[in-house]
Design a protein around this ligand. Structure first.
Ligand code: NAD
Length: 245
């Protein structure tokens, strides 16, 4: 479904991002994965290589626009195109407001929102130059109703939805589609790190009766990245077993 496409996937070293890298490779895309550290990028690339998939990997500071732009330009020069960007890197929060410092709050906005802004700003000129592209963001089911602690996390995901809908309108004339996937509770390290008191009641509310797997989200990204979604833009696609609260 992605033959001859070049895709950059942030947060590609584990969880949802790593599974999306794998699925895009299975569908014959060239994939460049971004992570936060040299070691985790090398480990993911090695794992993928053992499965028969070659990938390039980088670890730019997503909050440093100049660094992000430099690597993006380098990728464009080597591959001649950047067709797909998946803005998936993210961190979560679960502390109550009294225990959250301004710098905790700032950090989550920096990674989950400013990081997406910087990556998107860096790829757009190259997508425009080649006549179009696809930008996909990882939102969350908490972008609908919020969550009862760690307010910075849903705040950041409401912003991701705002960026998605606004940039979809701004970039549509350039044939760049912008969509988001809003996962529910997905079986990754991020969820493993949550306390039982938060996670167990959440699972009970999932009408499909199970936690999602990274592949469930990767499948949604594949569809939205492909030409099958050529008339879809500005959409926040819930992939959550109907657990939307
Ligand atoms: P994860 O913790 O397994 O992976 C997070 C990824 O983000 C890693 O590859 C990590 O390297 C990258 N990352 C984290 N901080 C970074 C930084 N400062 N700079 C660059 N990269 C950084 O988590 P996951 O569950 O796979 O989450 C991926 C995305 O899905 C996130 O945006 C998350 O908010 C979203 N999400 C996850 C769930 C869930 O239940 N797991 C639900 C809704 C949304």
């Amino acid at each position: 479904m992605l033959k001859n496409k070049v895709a950059i996937i942030t947060g590609g070293t584990r969880g949802i991002g790593l599974e999306t890298v794998r699925l895009f490779k299975e569908n014959h895309a060239n994939v460049i994965l971004f992570g936060s550290k040299k070691e985790t990028v090398a480990k993911a690339a090695e794992q993928l290589k053992s499965e028969g998939f070659d990938t390039d990997g980088y670890y730019p500071d997503l909050n440093d626009y100049d660094e992000v732009y430099k690597i993006t330009e380098q990728i464009y020069q080597s591959y001649g195109q950047i067709d797909i960007l998946v803005n998936n890197a993210g961190i979560s929060a679960n502390k109550r407001i009294e225990d959250t410092t301004s710098s905790d709050f700032q950090k989550i906005i920096d990674i989950n929102v400013v990081g997406i802004f910087n990556m998107t700003k860096a790829v757009v000129p190259f997508m425009k130059r080649n006549g179009g592209g696809v930008i996909l963001n990882t939102s969350s089911m908490v972008s609908i109703y919020g969550q009862p602690s760690g307010a910075g996390y849903p705040t950041s995901k409401f912003a991701v939805n705002g960026l998605t809908k606004s940039l979809a309108r701004e970039l549509a004339p350039h044939h760049i589609r912008v969509n988001a996937v809003a996962p529910g509770v997905i079986n990754t390290d991020m969820v493993a790190a949550l306390p039982k008191e938060i996670i167990e009641p959440l699972i009970k509310t999932i009408p499909l009766g199970r936690v999602g797997e990274p592949r469930d989200i990767a499948n949604a990204f594949l569809f939205l990245a492909s030409n099958m979604a050529s008339y879809i833009t500005g959409e926040i696609l819930s992939v959550d077993g109907a657990a939307r609260s």
